[in-house]
Ligand binder design. Structure first.
Ligand code: DON
Length: 558
């Protein structure tokens, strides 16, 4: 009874708007699902800190948004502690199984076998999300996992109504889900997508979460859950062993840092390419006066900066535990000046004129982000993923855990495009125990007046979306504006500017084409940015969720 009452009081205390003058015990949370945002506030109200809230939101999203992230996946959590300025990145990225090898997705003629790295058990790498939740709870949280996982367990047991957006994503993946009986039993009704607003209950997943809450790491990476995961994967042609699960470790890494026009940037480090590509592109742009440029020139310059930074991604970036990454060079301002010297204001540079080392081969959504900040400035930016929508579409029997298809983020063959059209070479080749290169870009921004947290799903487009959000922050706009910025993107290869209809006027489309750019419109489903901000002097908290998704941003007292 008392518990129910406190939940009602909490909801009253939460401001329905997206701005609030903070007093003690105030926070802003933006996530991709209203119930995940509520889970964060529920845990804050129980006496948790922002890191406990991050565990709760991550676990809730694993239940509510199985298309985007989950216990069978991984991600990156960027943490900032205000009292001493400590910052770290929890690398909970999946790792290739020990039996993986660089040619595992090629046929005997060395052609990529379509879909083998995308659908089914062989596409799945060893999950990192459960280990990361345990690590964050143990090292940074104040509450036991039994408390922080409670909302997720409740959502899994009692269920939640499925939305239009979920149904659309599910329908797109239904055929593949239907080829795996354990996936079909959970997500489909007689082989078909269920009705809109019907209730999705995930009893096995609730039990798996309970084992994690009770036994921590051992509740997932050994014992009953591990036995079920390994036998199910092996029966379906996968290569996981118990040794793989037992060996999985999260790693705390130094985030990547940079400065752009006085804005301090903290972002993801390898095994994600996010921070390096973001800051390298910004370093190139810092040589121009973007604000005084006309819109066409501004968009051309951003495109050319992205082209060069994504080109370096394809050449140099991968898991820093396996390869040497020239981070200092890539982030050096003189290096950026060198890249600027090849950039013409009046002409696009064809990508093939950049280093020809990796030639593209002919071709063969989903993830999630949340942002949390409290009134003191403690903050979390987390981007989590199972890679493609509903990951590999394979649920391990009796666990409710939908496995990722993150193996597709490796380079199966130098120059062959992955599911996001990205190409790469040996730096991101498959090796046993290696983390595949990510584009996830959870990011903190700070200038004299404000602190911000932002990020988004969107595969290879994540980095350019965060860059456009950051440039909007630089103009002085707030979160409601960053999440709605019309988006365009270039990633070196394919050599094309992808754009939302509203991002380019007809005159800009014609102007960009006239100086040599190729252009391709894409539907308005580009990302799902979640952002929060604290204004330092006034202590105003604000938050916003991308209108392209169904997320909820709340600022509230707890
Ligand atoms: O780590 C990565 O870069 C990808 N696996 C992220 C996938 C993603 O964002 C899908 N979103 N729509």
């Amino acid at each position: 009874m008392f518990k129910k009452l406190s939940v009602i009081l909490l909801l009253i205390a939460i401001s329905s708007g997206s701005r609030l003058y903070a007093d003690s015990h105030s926070a802003a949370i933006a996530s991709a699902h209203p119930l995940a945002t509520a889970a964060g506030f529920e845990v804050l109200a129980k006496g948790g800190n922002v890191y406990d809230a991050a565990v709760a939101v991550s676990a809730a999203l694993a239940v509510l948004e199985p298309n985007g992230s989950g216990l069978g996946g991984g991600g990156y959590w960027l943490l900032h502690r205000q009292k001493d300025g400590f910052e770290t990145m929890i690398d909970g990225r999946e790792k290739a199984p020990l039996a993986a090898h660089k040619d595992m997705f090629l046929d005997k003629d060395r052609h990529v076998i379509a879909k083998l790295s995308i659908d089914g058990a062989l596409a799945a790498a060893i999950p990192g999300l459960p280990a990361a939740l345990v690590h964050i709870a143990e090292h940074y949280g104040q509450l036991p996992l039994a408390e922080t996982l409670a909302p997720a367990i409740r959502y899994a047991k009692t269920g939640f109504a499925i939305s239009e957006r979920y149904l659309k994503l599910l329908t797109a993946r239904a055929e593949v889900l239907n080829t795996y009986p354990d996936s079909a039993a959970i997500f489909l009704t007689k082989g078909q997508p269920p009705e809109l607003y019907s209730i999705l209950r995930q009893a096995d997943l609730a039990q798996t979460l309970e084992r994690l809450a009770e036994s921590g790491r051992d509740g997932f990476y050994s014992g009953v859950t591990a036995d079920k995961l390994v036998s199910s994967v092996q029966q379906a042609g996968g290569i996981w062993t118990k040794e793989d699960l037992a060996a999985y470790q999260v790693i705390e890494r130094e985030p990547i840092k940079g400065v752009f026009h006085g804005i301090k940037i903290t972002s993801s480090s390898p095994s994600s390419s996010g921070g390096i590509v973001l800051i390298e592109a910004l370093n190139i742009l810092s040589g121009y006066d973007l604000e005084d440029s006309d819109e066409l020139t501004r968009k051309h310059l951003i495109t050319e900066a992205l082209r060069r930074a994504y080109h370096d991604r394809s050449l140099y970036l991968g898991d820093a535990d396996f390869i040497n990454i020239p981070v200092n060079r890539l982030l050096n301002e003189d290096y950026a000046a060198g890249l600027r010297s090849s950039l013409r204001i009046d002409k696009a540079m064809p990508s093939e004129l950049l280093s020809g080392e990796i030639k593209p081969q002919p071709e063969g959504a989903n993830t999630t982000h949340f942002s949390i900040i409290d009134e003191q400035g403690n903050r979390v930016a987390a981007t989590l993923s199972v890679n493609m929508s509903f990951g590999s579409a394979f649920v391990a029997k009796g666990t409710g855990v939908l496995l990722n298809d993150e193996m597709d983020d490796f380079v199966s063959l130098p120059g062959a495009m992955n599911g996001y059209g990205l190409i790469g070479g040996s730096a991101n080749a498959i090796q046993p125990g290696k983390r595949m290169l990510s584009s996830m870009t959870p990011t903190f921004l700070e200038d004299e007046n404000r602190v911000a947290v932002l990020g988004t799903p969107g595969g290879s487009r994540i980095i350019s979306m965060v860059l456009l959000g950051l440039l909007d922050f630089a103009k002085g706009n707030g979160p409601e504006s960053w999440v709605q910025v019309p988006r365009f993107h270039h990633q070196f290869m394919p050599d094309v500017i992808e754009y939302e209809q509203s991002a380019l006027s007809d005159a800009e489309i014609n102007g960009l084409a006239a100086i040599g750019h190729q252009l391709k419109p894409v539907p308005n489903i580009y990302g799902d940015m979640q952002a929060v901000q604290l204004t330092k002097a006034t202590k105003v908290l604000s938050a916003a969720s991308d209108k392209r998704g169904e997320g909820r941003a709340i600022v509230g007292h707890y």
